[in-house]
Design a protein around this ligand. Sequence first.
Ligand code: CIR
Length: 254
Amino acid sequence: MVGRALVRPPGDSFRHAIRRVPAPIDPERARAQHAAYVEGLRWLGFEVVALPADERFPDGCFVEDQAVIVGDRAVSARSGHPDRRAEAETVAAALRASGVGVTTLDDGVLDGGDVLRVGSTLLVGDSGRTDAAGRRALARAFPELEVRRVAVAADTLHLKCLCSCPVDGLLVVAEGAFPAEAFAGLPVARLTIPAEEAWAANLVGEGRRVLVGEGHPRTAALLAERGLEPRLVPADAFRAADGSLTCLSLLLRP
Ligand code: CIR
């Protein structure tokens, strides 16, 4: 067991999830893909803790946005989208039940999808969902970490839509998504994946194993060339709601 993963399967109300392109969403398909994702988390070595589906929250499966966890402390988020704010307390309660100390924001907004930890740095996307007060709350909660603002393009929902750190020491970035200085001085190797597979820059992994969204063969091949073991998981039902892989879990590592 490498840690715990907190998830919440989508309910029927997932068909009303927030999305920028009004494509149809299929909750049944999303539930099946969520089950495959959970299997993938177990393959990575996580013990999976599942909250029950909650019809009050169309976007409730995207638990990552509701908290930022560092060790045994977390900041409970205040979503930059007002329709997602009520989700936070349910996730905070689950984290407290797992022994995590949770603080909240006094003002401003913060979505967990904008926060990526790399070594002793928290990269924080300056997207429409996270602001300066959100960054200050992170700096207060985690004074040992550098909080670094990263500009996010207006057509990108969150920082982690286009980059992630699936395994120790490796930062995966979509080609052309960020200026080189955004990641200057970070103690990681960088893997750039082609722009046409940009969605796959969001990866979940542990050790040498990495989950990759189906339909991204070049990304899977690039990871394998690095000696990693990619496993394809279906996730297009979540992509339809602007989600990707990290969004579907909150990882607690001892
Ligand atoms: C939203 O707009 O908030 C959801 N439909 C998608 C959230 C995706 N979360 C993430 O990338 N961390």
